[in-house]
Design a protein around this ligand. Structure first.
Ligand SMILES: CC(=O)SCCNC(=O)CCNC(=O)[C@H](O)C(C)(C)COP(=O)(O)OP(=O)(O)OC[C@H]1O[C@@H](n2cnc3c(N)ncnc32)[C@H](O)[C@@H]1OP(=O)(O)O
Ligand SMILES: CC(=O)C(=O)O
Length: 532
């Protein structure tokens, strides 16, 4: 199969997605990551559109890209003027990139919408491409609405492509702009283009949108039909339902189609690229995203885990490490002993025999029926395993706590907590305030523990989620509290369940501190073992 070139448009079409926004500096950082993974073309933005994209191309002049050709995006000239008089085309030259991409109209309906004539549209395409070529650019011609245009008026759609070929375009990119095309018809139309342009040396590319959830499938289909450039975005960000997701297309090409568009080493950076872009876009990474999502290789069903432990191929279509991901085993009421044994090993807990794992499975199922959800709370699960196998060593014991909330007419609520704990044979009582009751409890407990474990300072609560388990019972319903905590090395989650939200919060909070302190004790033991 001919090598396929990857064309990333995260920084242009990606930013046309709702809530996706990057500063010029962030765009540079993303471009460097894209270059680092081996993307061949990076579309940086539309310099004729806004000052931010203009600034990006100014900043990019100082960046050396290892693999990628930086590309500026724009449209054909406006009707009735010369290309040299068109500000948008001028801006493309000023961006100083080796390659440019321009889009033109393929669909006769759209030509009419512009109150343009079909002849003038053909001239706009040919002259704009020719002018950019005469100015030394590699030109990628995006045939906007190609598939809709071909469906409506195939002869005119082909004429627009021929105009781009006459202008000297290096690539003709067929765009499924509205994302409504199905793979089989897309394949037919790609083949029709190939036979209509037979003998001319223009290479075909594909640019698809995900409105029918088929952007990746359509891109892959086009490659099978001979397209040598695939356009897409990281995480599929883009206008409306998004663009073709490169985090799926790249591994499919590399591992399933015998088309190694990036090296095996670079493929391992895919998850990190995906996370970097979602982090920069301030978007929560989608767990179920194929290949790079947190759940992409997560096994919950007991039957699956039992088989995966014998041979991962049973329920994994590829090795997660190939894309930088890893296998996860989740524990829940759908677990069997295989889940528990796998997870215990991962968490470093010795279960001491088959009988124990069966007993633990029964206990998990009972507790999940009560409202616990262990696949979201590794920290509490580790503590539970240790308790059930009598290995748990409590760093502290709660003697009592008291929480009060005060509301004065004008002022916002204020919360105060008093906590009494014992550590070894010493008692400690502390009081603290907080923005709310859980924050007050957290502050009081932290203060009490600090005297014995100063390292507690490095730990912070980063997320607190409350979910009513069965809302039909009104205010008597049980609540589930999930707390996520972190220190300089780790993130862990803990859980509490009760009819009382403060009690549920305390359970999750206590587990969180116990987990941290056990981790610290383990470290001290390991260090002692090392120095001995
Ligand atoms: C399929 C795609 O994703 S194409 C990319 C779409 N992306 C964007 O639109 C984001 C960036 N866009 C912008 O910043 C602005 O729309 C600009 C600067 C390009 C143009 O702004 P304005 O001049 O105010 O025009 P406006 O956005 O209202 O309309 C677009 C104009 O471009 C014209 N146009 C559309 N496609 C093309 C084309 N391929 N070639 C030439 N002109 C075109 C339209 O006919 C319309 O012209 P009109 O103003 O004479 O009616
Ligand atoms: C060019 C482009 O972004 C499109 O047709 O969707």
């Amino acid at each position: 199969m001919e090598p396929v070139l990857l064309y990333d448009t995260t920084l242009r079409d990606g930013t046309q997605g709702e809530n996706i926004n990057f500063t010029a500096e962030e765009k540079i950082r993303i471009a460097q990551k894209l270059d680092d993974i081996g993307i061949h073309y990076i579309e940086g933005g539309w310099p004729g559109s806004n000052p931010r994209d203009k600034k990006f191309f100014e900043l990019a002049k100082k960046v050396e890209f290892k693999t990628a050709r930086l590309t500026a995006f724009g449209s054909t000239r406006r009707p009735g003027i010369m290309p040299g008089d068109d500000q948008n085309l001028q801006a493309l030259l000023e961006s100083g990139t080796p390659a440019v991409a321009i889009f033109g109209k393929t669909w006769d309906l759209h030509v009419r919408l512009m109150s343009n004539t079909q002849e003038e549209n053909l001239s706009m395409i040919e002259e704009s491409v020719a002018w950019l070529k005469a100015n030394g650019k590699e030109v990628i011609y995006d045939a906007e609405h190609f598939f809709d245009g071909y469906r409506g008026n195939p002869e005119y759609a082909l004429q627009t492509l021929r105009a781009a070929v006459r202008g000297g375009a290096d690539f003709l990119v067929l765009c499924d702009t509205n994302g409504g095309t199905l793979p089989a018809e897309l394949a037919q139309m790609c083949k029709a283009v190939q036979s209509a342009l037979d003998g001319r040396n223009t290479k075909l590319g594909i640019h698809t949108h995900n409105d029918s959830a088929l952007a990746v499938a359509n891109s892959i289909e086009a490659v099978s039909c001979g397209a040598v450039m695939v356009q897409g975005t990281v995480n599929g960000y883009g206008e409306r339902c998004g663009n073709a997701d490169l985090t799926a297309i790249i591994p499919i090409l590399c591992t399933k189609m015998g088309c190694p568009c990036i090296s095996d080493e670079n493929l391992k950076k895919l998850l990190s690229l995906s996370r970097f872009v979602s982090e920069t876009a301030n978007m929560i990474p989608l767990s179920s995203r194929p290949f790079v999502g947190k759940s992409a290789f997560a096994h919950k069903g007991g039957i699956h885990v039992s088989a995966v432990m014998k041979d991962p191929r049973a329920y994994e279509h590829m090795r997660p490490e190939q894309v930088g991901n890893s296998r996860q085993v989740l524990v829940s009421d759908l677990s069997g002993k295989s889940n528990v044994e796998y997870k215990a090993k991962e968490l470093g807990v010795d279960l001491g025999g088959d009988g124990n794992s069966r007993r633990i499975v029964r206990e998990i199922k009972r507790m999940e029926q009560e409202g616990y959800q262990f696949d979201a709370a590794d920290g509490s699960f580790k503590i539970l395993l240790e308790k059930l196998t009598e290995q748990f060593e409590s760093a502290f014991i709660l003697e009592s706590f008291r929480v009060t909330i005060e509301k004065d007419r004008e002022k916002p609520c204020s919360a105060h907590a008093t906590v009494k704990i014992s550590v070894g044979c010493q008692d400690e009582i502390t009081a603290a305030e907080g923005d709310g009751p859980v924050s007050a409890l957290d502050n009081a407990l932290r203060k009490a523990l600090y005297k014995f474990f100063p390292d507690i300072e490095t730990m912070h609560l980063v997320d607190f989620k409350v979910r009513v388990i069965d809302g039909r019972s009104g205010t008597d319903a049980k609540v589930r509290v999930l707390i996520e905590s972190r220190d300089q090395d780790n993130i862990w989650s803990t859980i509490g369940v009760s009819e009382d939200i403060i009690e549920a919060s305390w359970q999750a909070l206590e587990d969180s501190f116990q987990y941290k302190l056990a981790k610290q004790q383990n470290l001290i033991c390991t260090q002692k073992q090392i120095s001995a």
